[in-house]
Design a protein around this ligand. Structure first.
Ligand SMILES: Cc1cc2nc3c(=O)[nH]c(=O)nc-3n(C[C@H](O)[C@H](O)[C@H](O)COP(=O)(O)O)c2cc1C
Length: 177
């Protein structure tokens, strides 16, 4: 199963459009896919204690544990993913161990294109995740209303999905491919 997490809490989020485009592409490819939207399933702030017992946290942890890969769609906030994405990782910790992880970022300008690296580093170093070495970084011109604006951004979604599936299949024992 491929899990897509949308971390923006903005009602008109652009990264959510990317997340949904990935889900659509995975459906077209007949892959097993789940979407977890932090705007619809809010998580408590991680306190390192009781927050782990929250039902949404437990649902998300279970989805991550069962996923072959996780695709995270996030806004760029202050040259990083948003705090909701970071909080989700804090709350679900070890569930990420060994996962293939891809990223899609929506940003205001071109200059913050390395903003996913903090999250990538922590997932690699903490949980030995394999980061898909291709990510989507999209600014306003890639969107039109609630849609992707053109074939170029659509193609980038397809490539991220294809590369992620290729890595997942490459890592599976032959009998399960
Ligand atoms: C608090 C805040 C911080 C932001 N920081 C950055 C930034 O560092 N770099 C950037 O390019 N855009 C920045 N932006 C713009 C957002 O990345 C942009 O609006 C993006 O579309 C947000 O994603 P979303 O539409 O999925 O919510 C920031 C926006 C907010 C609200």
């Amino acid at each position: 199963m491929i899990l897509v997490i949308s971390s923006s809490l903005h009602p008109g989020s652009r990264s959510r459009i990317l997340a949904r485009a990935c889900v659509k592409r995975l459906h077209e490819l007949e892959a097993d896919v789940s979407l977890f939207d932090l705007a619809e399933s809010p998580l408590p702030p991680c306190d390192g204690a009781t927050a782990y017992g929250d039902s949404n946290v437990q649902q998300l942890s279970g989805l991550i544990e069962n996923a072959d890969a996780v695709l995270i769609a996030s806004p760029v906030y202050n040259y990083d993913v948003n705090s909701a994405a970071k909080n989700a990782v804090e709350l679900t910790g070890r569930a990420w161990t060994g996962k293939v992880v891809g990223m899609m970022l929506a940003a205001g300008g071109q200059g913050s294109y390395m903003s996913g690296m903090g999250l990538a580093n922590s997932l690699m170093l903490d949980f030995r995740c394999l980061i898909v070495p291709r990510f989507i970084y999209a600014t306003g011109e890639s969107f039109e209303g609630e849609q992707l604006a053109d074939e170029s951004i659509q193609e980038r979604v397809h490539i991220l999905v294809d590369d992620t599936l290729r890595l997942v299949r490459g890592l599976k024992p032959e009998s399960q491919v």
